[in-house]
Design a protein around this ligand. Structure first.
Ligand code: ADP
Ligand code: MG
Length: 821
């Protein structure tokens, strides 16, 4: 009723104290007409009233209903851009850039007024009123100005993506909004999403005490018939996709085809193949330029290691996109009908799809779409295809919810997506191709029914679909907590334990992470004794900031930060990569099988023993122990081209060595991205470290694994004979032992560090290196309690506190070692 009244008086009514100023916009007639088709237009009055009356509003509507392009315009017209900016965040760069252009065009305003800012580029001016940006950019701005005084409204778009940055932003903004209200300069927050489980935002009392209103945008959705494949293709799914597109193109009536693949390289491969097989609508010229560009590109891609560089950007990327999350109560029946389990309607088509076509084929207008595609080329998907041709858009999951492509009647869904996975040991993340969630698959299918009934061809069986996850969990739930805590501290968010996350991580895990980070020196308690509260939230140190740049877990990022300082990055990278695999040598154990096999196994064992001895060497090299063996194994294997033959001949596990190899490439790429000055590369001719370097490496490893230290139990304290070579670690009461496979079993240094303890009969330390006692107070001071300076007293263990008791010595300068500033 309210809105009817408002409509009848022509303009919206004002409810609160902010000045009611309508800013006129002159749109082109064609734009005006197409806007009127968008479902969101019907909600303008209700929405704007809700925004005026509430500090926080959630808008929830199907993809394509007009949220991203229209809501910023509503806000602009209502005068929110007059004294301060209207900010819109996107998890993906592609959306930030392309939506800013679209909104500028629709409102007939210059790009100086409607602008964008992504990490390394932007066109923001002092005149900017509407600013699209990635969530990472806004987080950076909040570090400088927490209250965001430059903005009058913030719109968090694509909240259903549940990227870590979006979640953190919403948490922060839930506190900033009341602060701004208190200051008499209210900030409005609009949370927008496709169809999502809004409860995480609305029913979360810690986040918003008063649940924000939810404005739902109803969309007309036409029925989509879903066809499952009988058989689920394996590696050859790209080929299968190609066949399916060809079939649809040859056999089915007009209508655009939208294909979902996982990444840029795949998109290009399929586009090329389709362009070669079918005539293009715009003639040979277009084909030639498009092809030559793409061929060039993909040649470059082929040279890159398997893992993309993009994996490490702080901001959202197309490829990082998680699956869309649908509302739980979504009624699938209304928009997905006639699910059947075969593709009989095309079974009788001829199967010669792969052969190049005759001239009789309808021209095909093939367009790629992925996040890093230049904006002008992205723009092409919105234009109608040339007359008499069929539009085929080959996209990554950026087309799932971020961009709505018109004219689509058929969807070909591989059911796959690239997703970030975290290595359990190093915390390094890489993208892997995996199945989407059911919610995502349905969202993809829905893309076919926007303007008329459509079809979705799923290139997997209904049995495979049944095993899909219902929703994919928010990124925050998958990310290692230690890394999250350090990142947040680096963003100057002090109290991570109390942070109002939409989906909070485990509190105990957060506390443990803080403790580890303090131990490593990445965080520091700066509390004045009077303020016990502040004591609970340690602050990031310069070392912590240096560590936060590396995309690995804190122990390893500390090693990398120190390795960088000493020009030892390639070695440290290799050690870190090698520590991630359980065992690089073919497992020792009792040989099984007949005499011949036994002889073979024995031969390998003696080869391994011989290699270990050689690789461990003498002096400093030997003291680096098993870490040195790892390092030299990596170097030797790389030098030999990492062949299966080399590995087999030398008792190395081929799979482990190839894993190490790709992780090295991944870390090297990542480090070059975050610290361009480092200029590291994977050198196949890496020389073994010198004596001095080996010594420094021991110190570096000690700095990272400092809490995994053990001291040999003095002989006079041992009563039980079986404890002859026992060690006391800081973490366990029980004695621990150097694993028999270690190269340090004979040396038995007084102080060792180890990578992990594994119980196999006895608690064994694996991957051991020797350290000097005087290094301990300097390199892991947080693990020590200090007494008054007393010379020549060895550090001792305090079994109650689990800490090393040290007596201050002034060996600092002797080591030539400096902590980063
Ligand atoms: P939502 O955010 O609700 O998913 P959008 O605002 O992104 O919806 O899209 C609304 C409509 O605007 C869609 O039909 C889409 O195709 C169209 N659109 C978006 N960007 C462009 C563009 N650059 N050129 C032409 N049409 C566009
Ligand atoms: Mg949108």
């Amino acid at each position: 009723k309210k809105s009817q009244k408002a409509q009848s008086t022509g303009r919206r009514e004002r409810k609160d104290s902010t000045p009611a100023v309508y800013v006129p916009v002159e749109r082109r007639p064609d734009i005006q007409e197409s806007r009127l088709q968008l479902p969101i237009l019907a909600e303008e009055q209700v929405l704007m009233e809700a925004i005026r009356e509430n500090p926080v509003v959630v808008v929830c509507g199907e993809t394509g209903s007009g949220k991203t392009t229209q809501i910023p315009q509503f806000l602009y017209e209502a005068g929110y851009g007059r004294d301060a900016m209207i900010g819109i965040t996107e998890p993906r760069r592609v959306a930030a850039v392309s939506m800013s252009h679209r909104v500028a065009d629709e409102m007939n305003l210059s790009r100086r007024t409607v602008s964008y800012q992504i990490r390394y580029e932007g066109n923001v001016t002092p005149e900017t009123k509407v600013k699209f940006m990635t969530d990472g950019v806004l987080l950076k701005e909040m570090q400088k100005d927490l209250l965001l005084s430059k903005y009058s409204v913030l719109v968090i778009d694509e909240a259903h993506e549940r990227s870590v940055y979006t979640d953190i932003l919403i948490g922060l903004l839930s506190r900033v909004v009341p602060l701004r209200t208190k200051k008499g300069n209210p900030l409005k927050l609009v949370i927008m999403s496709a169809t999502l489980r809004v409860e995480d935002f609305t029913q979360n009392q810690r986040l918003f005490k008063i649940p924000p209103p939810v404005i739902k945008v109803d969309t007309r959705q036409f029925p989509v018939t879903v066809h499952f494949n009988k058989r689920t293709p394996g590696e050859e799914y790209l080929q299968e996709t190609y066949r399916k597109v060809c079939k649809i193109h040859r056999m089915l009536p007009a209508g655009g085809i939208l294909v979902f693949l996982t990444g840029q390289a795949e998109v290009h491969a399929l586009c090329r193949k389709l362009q070669r097989s079918f005539p293009t609508a715009c003639g040979a010229l277009v084909k030639k330029t498009a092809e030559s560009k793409e061929t060039k590109k993909s040649k470059n891609e082929a040279k890159l290691p398997k893992i993309d560089l993009d994996n490490y950007t702080m901001e959202g990327e197309e490829d990082q996109a998680d699956d869309g999350i649908l509302e739980e109560d979504i009624d699938l029946e209304t928009h997905i009908v006639g699910v059947d389990d075969d593709d009989d309607d095309m079974d009788d088509m001829d199967d010669s799809a792969a052969t190049p076509t005759s001239d009789a084929d309808l021209p095909m207008h093939v367009l790629p779409l992925y996040s890093l595609l230049p904006p002008d080329r992205q723009q092409r998907v919105f234009l109608p295809p040339p007359q008499g041709s069929r539009l085929v858009v080959v996209a990554t999951n950026v087309a799932e919810t971020s961009l709505t492509i018109p004219h689509i009647k058929y969807v070909v869904d591989t059911g796959k997506v690239k997703k970030r996975f975290y290595d359990k040991v190093t915390g390094a993340s890489a993208f892997q191709v995996t199945w989407v969630s059911k919610a995502s698959a349905d969202q993809r299918a829905g893309r076919a029914g926007r303007t008329e009934p459509g079809h979705c061809y799923r290139l997997y069986s209904s049995a495979v679909f049944a095993d899909f996850q219902t929703f994919s969990p928010p990124e925050i739930a998958r990310r290692p907590v230690e890394d999250l805590v350090l990142q947040m501290k680096d963003m100057s968010i002090d109290k991570v334990v109390n942070f109002p996350f939409p989906t909070p991580p485990d509190v105990e895990a957060v506390k443990a992470a803080e403790q580890l980070l303090v131990q490593l020196g990445a965080l520091q308690h700066t509390a004045k004794p009077k303020n016990p509260k502040a004591a609970q939230s340690p602050m990031v140190t310069p070392l912590g900031r240096a560590m936060a740049r590396f995309p690995v877990s804190p122990r390893f990022s500390k090693m990398l930060a120190l390795g960088e300082q000493h020009g030892l990055l390639p070695y440290v990278i290799s050690i870190v990569a090698a520590l991630t695999v359980q065992e690089i040598f073919v497992l020792s154990g009792t040989p099984a099988g007949g005499p011949e096999e036994q002889a073979g196994v024995k031969h390998v064992h003696s080869r391994v023993a011989q290699l270990k001895k050689t690789w461990a060497g003498q002096g400093q090299s030997l003291l680096l122990g098993d870490m040195m063996v790892l390092l030299r194994a990596v170097g030797a294997c790389e030098f030999a081209g990492c062949t299966r033959k080399f590995c087999e001949e030398n008792g190395l596990r081929y799979k482990a060595m190839t894993e190490i190899r790709s992780l090295r490439a991944l870390l090297t790429n990542a480090i070059n991205t975050v610290c361009p000055g480092a200029k590291v590369y994977v050198d196949p001719n890496m020389r073994p470290p010198t004596e001095l370097q080996a010594k420094l490496l021991r110190q570096i490893v000690l700095s990272g694994l400092g809490d995994r230290i053990a001291r040999r139990v003095p002989a006079d304290q041992i009563s039980d004979k079986s404890h002859k070579f026992a060690y006391q670690s800081t973490s366990m009461e029980e004695y621990v032992f150097i694993h028999p496979s270690s190269v340090l079993t004979k040396t038995c240094p007084e102080f060792v560090i180890f990578h992990e303890i594994i119980e196999t009969g006895k608690p064994y330390m694996h991957c051991v290196a020797a350290v000097e006692q005087e290094w301990i107070p300097l390199l892991v001071p947080n693990l020590c309690t200090f007494s008054e300076p007393v010379k020549d007293l060895p550090p001792t263990f305090d079994n109650d506190t689990g800490r090393v008791k040290c007596h201050r010595t002034s060996t600092f300068s002797k080591l030539g070692w400096q902590m980063p500033s």
